[in-house]
Write a protein that binds this ligand. Structure first.
Ligand SMILES: [Zn+2]
Length: 42
C-alpha cells in the first residue's frame, strides 16, 4: 500500500499508475502492512 504525500490518500496498487489518481502527485510514502503483534501476558 502506498500513501500519496500530497493528498494523503491511500492507493492500493501502483502497478500501472505512476501518478496519484486523485491529485496527480508522483511521490508516495510506502506503508508497511500492519503486522499482527502478539502480546504475551504473564
Ligand atoms: Zn494524491
Amino acid at each position: 500500500m502506498y500513501k500519496c504525500i500530497s493528498c494523503k490518500k491511500v492507493i492500493d496498487s501502483l502497478d500501472d499508475k505512476v501518478r496519484c489518481p486523485f491529485c496527480g502527485f508522483r511521490i508516495y510514502s510506502k506503508m508497511r502492512p500492519e503486522t499482527p503483534r502478539r502480546v504475551v501476558a504473564r
